[in-house]
Design a protein around this ligand. Structure first.
Ligand code: ZN
Length: 534
């Protein structure tokens, strides 16, 4: 049995140094290190019952105060209230280290669907500074990057779906150890090790801890260095093409890091579940320094990676203020998902085309299909891109996703990203582009640890980059519901759209290059397709 993960000594050293710690690496170089205090919140997660899909969790909490509570998040990362607490059972509280008995030890007192009392409530007995252990079980057997699964084959864990938190103490250091790991399994997660020998991963706080998904099992793996960073890839699949995936990831990471002028991390981990099987699930979920992706084929996994990896900047670091700090207990509204998700789609399509993973015709036909989808939705006439961002929380209801009820901020945001790029190139005679906007957002917000205003942050930076007022574009197409004049924008690059609306509920669209473009149209088209400016 291997209890600890797949870090090689180089990765372990990098991770430890990043965390301000140190490790002794082989005999010749024993670095000296200052011991760090043990985390105040420690978890032990047992993977010993894969047959029952049950995680057994022990949570050690130091110095519990009167009135303190513990909670399960109602949501995380995916903008949906999913009430993770309904997976939890038999919550018990006891004193750590055989401390003194207290009347509230035993079964925990539930306060509402996702909160429990740690200390008998505000009127409860004084238990100041008592160290406590909370034990509970969590049942999860759902595939895909948004859920958690423990079965005899593997475990994939979104830690916010398994680990409780102390609401007032999310900023305290936390460590996790995995125990009873089935024989032959390895464990991987993009977090540094803790200082304690039984700490597999450690984080400065709960938020960072749950922003790193965990894969455990007998997965394939490879790693590579690129663009100044180290990349680890774990693949859980019955059928995949290592050469295709490896080449695509090298191109994607290399291009997006170059586009953004450097990697904001020293190490990044891709976790893939690939296979044409129903139990693979589908989609991708971004995290600070990693992503989890499920897809039916290697090539679609790579295409999703172009989107998820760009989130390492857009949304994880270039982040709307409304999403900070995270409130795990209820909905958190932002108007900016058209930018955080939709423009990330724009950059996935730019990246795939600019790296040669797609032909330019694939780029055109992908954009045309997003336009066809938006045009098939009567709701585009009254729901704006901003409003569809606010309503993301309804997406779990089938009725909401009907064309008469909603548009997609992915589609419309992707389209707006391309149109904005063309409008910026037009306004600056191809001297600036949306790439400059992304880089400026990165400098002004991400690199300075600031968040952008959901309503005006993007517009402000566009105006700054272009030196002209773009408020009309945002008023008409982002907060407003004016029909997008596709031909006006596409003609800037000598492109034209043909829509077939014979069946209004299922229109088709094609985008083609016009036969005799002007020199300017050609220059702008090539600039967009190559990611260059004059
Ligand atoms: Zn996304």
């Amino acid at each position: 049995m291997i209890r600890h993960g797949v870090h090689d000594w180089k990765a372990a050293a990098r991770a430890a140094l990043r965390d301000g710690l140190c490790v002794a690496v082989f005999g010749a170089f024993a670095l000296t290190c200052a011991p760090r205090a043990l985390a105040t919140i420690r978890y032990e997660v047992s993977l010993g019952r894969p047959d029952q899909h049950l995680f057994h969790v022990q949570m050690y909490i130091s110095r519990v105060k009167r009135g303190e509570t513990i909670a399960m998040p109602a949501w995380n990362a995916l903008y949906q209230i999913r009430d993770f607490a309904y997976h939890v059972r038999d919550v018990e509280i006891s004193a750590a280290g055989g401390g003194e008995a207290s009347p509230h030890f035993g079964l925990a007192q539930e306060l509402d669907k996702q909160d429990w009392s740690l200390s008998g409530g505000p009127q409860g007995p004084e238990t100041a500074a008592l160290d406590e252990i909370v034990k509970y079980s969590v049942l999860w057997n759902d595939p895909g990057p948004f859920s958690t699964q423990l079965d005899e084959h593997h475990a994939f864990i979104n830690l916010a779906e398994v680990l409780m938190y102390v609401p007032d103490r999310r900023g305290e250091s936390a460590e996790v150890d995995f125990v009873d790991v089935p024989s032959g399994w390895r464990v991987i997660a993009e977090l540094p090790r803790g200082t304690a020998p039984d700490s597999f991963i450690a984080a400065a706080g709960y938020d960072a801890l749950v922003d790193a998904p965990v894969e455990a099992g007998n997965f394939d793996e490879f790693d590579f260095d690129n663009a100044g960073a180290h990349f680890r890839v774990a693949v859980e699949a019955r059928d995949w093409d290592r050469q295709v995936l490896s080449e695509a990831l090298r191109r994607i990471t290399s291009y997006e890091v170059k586009l953004m002028r450097g990697a904001p991390f020293s190490e990044y981990t891709f976790i893939f579940h690939i296979g044409p099987y129903a139990d693979v699930g589908g989609g991708g979920m971004e995290h600070m320094n990693s992503t989890a992706i499920a897809a039916s084929s290697t090539s679609s996994a790579a295409a999703i990676a172009a989107h998820e990896f760009f989130h390492a900047w857009n949304v994880k670091r270039i982040r709307p203020q409304a999403l900070q700090p995270v409130d795990y207990s209820k909905e958190q509204y932002t108007r900016a998902l058209w930018f955080a998700e939709g423009v990330t789609n724009t950059y996935a399509s730019f990246t795939l085309e600019r790296t040669g993973l797609w032909t330019r015709n694939q780029f055109y036909s992908d954009l045309a299909s997003q336009i066809a989808d938006l045009e098939s939705r009567p709701a585009r006439k009254w729901q704006s891109a901003e409003e569809s961002s606010l309503d993301a929380w309804f997406e779990k209801y089938d009725g909401y996703n009907r064309p008469s009820r909603s548009i997609s901020y992915y589609d419309k945001g992707q389209i707006l990203g391309v149109m904005l790029d063309l409008a910026i190139r037009d306004a600056t005679d191809d001297r600036k582009s949306l790439d400059d906007v992304m880089r400026r957002m990165n400098e002004e917000y991400a690199e300075r640890g600031r968040y952008y205003d959901d309503r005006n942050g993007v517009l402000r930076v566009v105006n700054e980059v272009v030196g002209k007022d773009f408020s009309g574009f945002f008023r008409h197409y982002v907060s407003g519901t004016d029909e997008i004049p596709y031909d006006k924008f596409l003609s800037i690059a000598g492109l034209q759209l043909t829509m077939d609306v014979t069946q209004p509920s299922d229109p088709t669209a094609t985008i083609e290059e016009i036969p005799h473009p002007s020199a300017r149209q050609l220059r702008i088209r090539e600039g967009m397709l190559r990611g260059t400016t004059e």
